[in-house]
Unconditional design. Structure first.
Length: 130
């Protein structure tokens, strides 16, 4: 309950033009991805979510915010996508690429078979590690 109230408070502050607080701590993006997938699977037992981690996955992240972001993206993919969902994270010490995707929508975005007009649920994000 406290987390929900804190999130609402932060959301309200951000909507009023205040900055979004970020709490960077040493984290493992693989654990963050696994935890987010587990949370979504608990709410959607039929969801097929694969997590793939490659390379360096340690860094300074706001684990709570990244987890919240991933849960939101995965829930959107489950509710509006079709089929298996993939979350990939690949790091090389300088950069991390995080790519959640609805596999069928991703195939459509590359010109393969999927429902006509269905866009990819998510795009890749890149962040330089500091």
């Amino acid at each position: 309950m406290k987390r929900m109230v804190d999130d609402l408070f932060v959301f309200t502050r951000a909507r009023l033009g205040d900055t979004l607080p970020v709490d960077l701590t040493s984290q493992d993006i693989g654990r963050i991805c696994d935890d987010a997938a587990d949370e979504v699977r608990a709410s959607y037992p039929d969801a097929q979510i694969d997590v793939h981690i490659a390379g360096e996955s340690a860094g300074k992240w706001d684990g709570a915010r990244l987890g919240q972001l991933l849960v939101n993206l995965l829930v959107n993919a489950v509710q509006h996508g079709s089929g298996k969902i993939s979350v990939s994270a690949c790091g090389d010490g300088e950069q991390l690429t995080l790519a959640p995707a609805d596999v069928k929508s991703q195939a459509h975005a590359r010109g393969r078979s999927a429902s006509p007009g269905r866009p990819a649920c998510a795009r890749q994000w890149h962040r330089n590690c500091t």
